[in-house]
Write a protein that binds this ligand. Sequence first.
Ligand code: ADP
Length: 165
Amino acid sequence: MSNRAIYPGTFDPITNGHIDIVARASKIFDHVIVAVAASTSKNTAFSTDERVQFARETLSQYTNVEVQRFEGLLANFVRQWGANAVLRGLRAVSDFEYEFQLAGMNKHLVPEADTIFMPTRENYSYISSSLIREIASLGGDVSEFVHPIVRDALAERFSSRHQKK
Ligand code: ADP
């Protein structure tokens, strides 16, 4: 039996923290599907197509990793792809309460899949997509935290704001 993990998230945009989780998971699982959430309650900076494209481009070296968009309930997507694991990254204890609740609900909805938590690499614990967006929107340098493709996209997205000053 092959082990197939779904790594769901908003990835707005994908960061080096996310990429590190995928890189490590690709050595553990036979197949990793990065599931980019299309419709969320969050207002995203990048469209679903852009978020999928950034993830595809930055993860292209991992041959057992694919990127797909998903809409609706994660449980349905997990079942549709025949996955036996849902992968989530943990940065801090503060992530845990919500993640634990989510894992419990998903286990109830899809009993055949288990949530696997992977701790962030120490020096990535303070990287979040929202902070990256904020730094970039204020004209800060995010090149240490994201792939150059994403850095350039962020610069382009926020450049008009700086010109308006
Ligand atoms: P969501 O909107 O579902 O939280 P995100 O795109 O913010 O989606 O994150 C997707 C997953 O990646 C989550 O499990 C999150 O905890 C994890 N993650 C985010 N940033 C990091 C990081 N720097 N290191 C490890 N895991 C991370």
